[in-house]
Design a protein around this ligand. Structure first.
Ligand SMILES: Cc1cc2nc3c(=O)[nH]c(=O)nc-3n(C[C@H](O)[C@H](O)[C@H](O)COP(=O)(O)OP(=O)(O)OC[C@H]3O[C@@H](n4cnc5c(N)ncnc54)[C@H](O)[C@@H]3O)c2cc1C
Length: 499
């Protein structure tokens, strides 16, 4: 526990939350970082008689403790690239673009704040990017409870990212490449033929040849030419000190679909059968564990209150008594849906660019891997003589991030998500029973969004081959409509891409 306890001591203390500042989520989260427990008297410690929802999260907002160079607004000089948002995607892109001598300014209301989310990644994904030093804890194996009698294991190390190490590393690289920062919220973007301006809430106007929106899922700066029919992953997570938990310390519980904890709650059991949630758990030691009750994907999104109630029932059934909530996290991730309109004047990166894996909700590793690809497209335009700017720049950067092959792959994942949306608990179990028996090449490739379209075709055949007879029937009937939609979307994408 040594390192971890140092990290969590003094215990961090807020409810982290990802909100949608002007995006309308299909259910309402409070607009401040509080939970329903804010309205009730907190118990100081221990959930002996109540449950963990009564405990106040102890974490406090954390900040990086070094100075960052401010963009000099008095000179009215412009940048080559302005990146809106210093989340993982924005900072990674900033360090990649700036290492080629391109002038980058990052704009964020609080660039020194530590990111609120708990990020997990497959270790090999971060190793291949030489980012493994940012992992604070790794587990050699993962397990997947399909039901009470069926557990699957995979031997693929999984890690929890240290938010502090990760942000510090990216920030230090940005500083050594002379990236500038401006502390403000961007309110509006305007475009001229070869230049764009952002207007900030501190009254400043900043100009650049290219604006990249990395402001996360709530962005209002992206344009779409199709209806935004996302699915939503939602969950409630806590980093908790507990008396006991039943999980092995060498394994992350990626999916626990067991529902025996709801046997005495018939209405919740019925709702869970139709709109299932699972437990995700990262055990740090015998008394420190991260737990998240999650709806893999829902449309409309599953109510947050329902997710929390199911979590309470599950923890009680597992005999987990929470003594302290160190951190609490609300999770709402839009998944799938259309990509932003290609070739628009503002480029997108990260959550706002459609990079989230529509079947899993993961994105960090993909954003880290694709930032250099987008950076290369930007550098080819803004680092050339004469500079390529205006519409040819926008065309090249959008196609750089989203070449037709990657768009086809994403369509396939969205198809996967649309199929999952139609499965009830038992159908979902049968699906994952076949999924986790796949050859590790296809299994790991799918989970890391790295299969080519041809490999995805083999993946599908192999999955179908592994499936039980009833699961095959379910897959054929439930995926028929999504499949037809996918073909239609692929045809449209191809048409738009080549025009
Ligand atoms: C709770 C949660 C847990 C997640 N866990 C994982 C995980 O384990 N693994 C994984 O791969 N993915 C995970 N994801 C999905 C995804 O990787 C994260 O959402 C990730 O943070 C997205 O990174 P980003 O840089 O695109 O945006 P964000 O991290 O959301 O960063 C956006 C930044 O933009 C700034 N900003 C917003 N609006 C403006 C504005 N108008 N002007 C200036 N700045 C602005 C914000 O202050 C913020 O700093 C999780 C998501 C959530 C919500």
């Amino acid at each position: 526990m040594g390192t971890l306890m140092r990290l969590f001591s003094p215990p961090p203390a807020t409810q982290s939350c990802q909100f949608f500042h002007s995006f309308n989520p299909p259910f309402s989260f409070p607009r401040t970082c509080g939970t329903s427990s804010r309205n009730t008297p907190f118990k100081a410690q221990s959930s002996e008689r109540g449950n963990f929802l009564d405990l106040k999260p102890e974490a406090k907002p954390e900040f990086l403790d070094f100075d960052i160079p401010q963009f000099d607004t008095s000179t009215r000089s412009s940048s080559d690239v302005i990146i809106i948002g210093t989340g993982p995607a924005g900072l990674r892109l900033a360090e990649q673009v700036s290492q080629h001598g391109i002038k980058v300014c990052c704009v964020d209301p609080s660039p020194q704040s530590l990111w609120p989310n708990t990020y997990g990644v497959w270790v090999d994904e971060f190793e291949s990017l030489q980012l493994e030093s940012c992992l604070e804890k790794t587990w050699p194996r993962s397990c997947f409870y399909i039901d009470e009698d069926n557990v699957k294991y995979i031997d693929r190390p999984f890690g929890r990212i240290s938010r502090k190490k990760f942000k510090t590393l990216l920030m230090e690289r940005c500083l050594s490449n002379d990236v500038k920062f401006h502390k403000a919220k961007v309110l509006k973007i305007e475009h001229q033929e070869f230049e764009s301006s952002i207007f900030c809430d501190d009254g400043n106007e900043l100009k650049a040849s290219l604006i990249v929106d990395a402001s996360g899922f709530a962005s209002t700066f992206m344009e779409y030419d199709k209806p935004r029919n996302h699915g939503y992953q939602t969950g409630h997570g806590i980093l908790a000190e507990v008396d006991f938990h039943p999980f092995d310390l060498d394994k992350v519980v990626q999916l626990d679909w067991r529902d025996s904890h709801l046997r005495n709650e018939p209405s919740m059991l019925t709702r869970n059968s139709r709109f299932p949630t699972f437990l995700f758990a990262m055990p740090f030691d015998s008394s420190l564990i991260y737990l998240m009750e999650t709806s893999l994907v829902g449309r409309p999104v599953l109510s947050y209150e329902e997710v929390k109630k199911r979590m309470v029932a599950r923890l009680r059934h597992l005999g987990i008594r929470v003594k302290r909530v160190l951190e609490a996290e609300k999770c709402l991730i839009p998944m799938g849906g259309p990509l932003p309109r290609m070739s628009q004047e503002v480029m997108a990166m990260g959550g706002t660019s459609g990079l989230v894996n529509p079947s899993a909700g993961y994105m960090v590793a993909s954003a880290m891997a694709l930032a250099p690809v987008l950076a290369e497209a930007i550098v080819q335009c803004l680092g050339s003589t004469p500079m390529i700017r205006g519409q040819p720049l926008y065309d090249r950067v959008w196609k750089g991030l989203w070449p037709i092959e990657r768009r086809c792959v994403r369509e396939f994942y969205s198809f996967g998500m649309e199929t999952l949306l139609k499965l009830d608990l038992n159908e979902t179990r049968r699906f994952f029973d076949a999924f986790f028996d796949l050859d590790p090449y296809y299994l790991n490739g799918y989970l890391s969004s790295r299969l080519s379209p041809t490999e995805l075709a083999f993946f599908s055949l192999s999955l179908f081959g592994n499936a039980s007879v009833s699961s095959r029937v379910e897959l054929l009937t439930k995926s028929a409509v999504p499949f037809v939609k996918m073909i239609g979307n692929l045809a449209l994408e191809a048409k738009q891409y080549y025009i």
